[in-house]
Design a protein around this ligand. Structure first.
Ligand SMILES: Nc1ccn([C@H]2C[C@H](O)[C@@H](COP(=O)(O)OP(=O)(O)OP(=O)(O)O)O2)c(=O)n1
Length: 169
């Protein structure tokens, strides 16, 4: 089954391809990716408060954020970072990953399968053509497509256009 037993290396490759096809490397800076994770965590905090679970995971993301605090924008590959700083970053990233893997196991979620499925859903939400070089959210791109469809007959909703989606997992 797609995604069952997927390795971290495969997932890394798929994510890199997904970003490259959409010319999104320009937006995937360390800071932007971290901020994307942090906003996701604010949602988890809210849900955690409702269900009293998983606050530790948010704590680890907080520790990860501390490493980038006051550094401003950081270039890919972290060329000016000391070895100790990179090692510390590796430890905090691992804490987040290890808690995620453990949490999904305890909850009975096959994380590899779920991640591959989410990539397929992302490809439907963010088809290559309208999303190429754009950092807009799918809702904004979808609204723009609707406007175009009303105005000059160009493509309608991105959800109904499978011709450019990249969901062939
Ligand atoms: N510039 C971007 C935008 C999205 N994604 C990928 C990573 C995430 O797996 C997913 C996040 O997409 P959304 O921000 O649209 O969030 P959701 O999928 O949760 O959608 P929604 O917020 O509408 O529920 O897409 C990405 O890699 N780079």
């Amino acid at each position: 089954m797609a995604g069952a037993g997927v390795t971290l290396e495969e997932l890394k490759k798929r994510l890199a391809e997904f970003a490259k096809e959409r010319d999104w490397d320009q937006y995937h800076s360390p800071r932007n990716l971290l901020l994307a994770m942090v906003s996701l965590c604010l949602l988890i905090v809210f849900i955690s408060m409702l269900f009293c679970i998983s606050v530790l995971e948010v704590g680890e993301v907080g520790e990860l954020s501390e490493i980038f605090q006051w550094k401003g924008e950081v270039p890919r590959g972290l060329p000016n970072w000391k070895d100790e700083e990179k090692e510390h970053l590796g430890e905090e990233l691992s804490d987040v990953l290890l808690y995620l893997v453990r949490l999904s196991d305890i909850c009975g979620v096959d994380l590899g399968k779920a991640a591959m499925r989410k990539l397929e859903l992302n490809a439907i939400k963010y088809p290559i053509k309208p999303c190429e070089g754009s950092s807009e959210k799918h809702t904004q791109i979808n609204a723009a497509s609707h406007n175009n469809a009303n105005g000059d007959g160009v493509a309608g909703s991105i959800y109904s256009d499978n011709s450019t989606s990249n969901s062939g997992v």
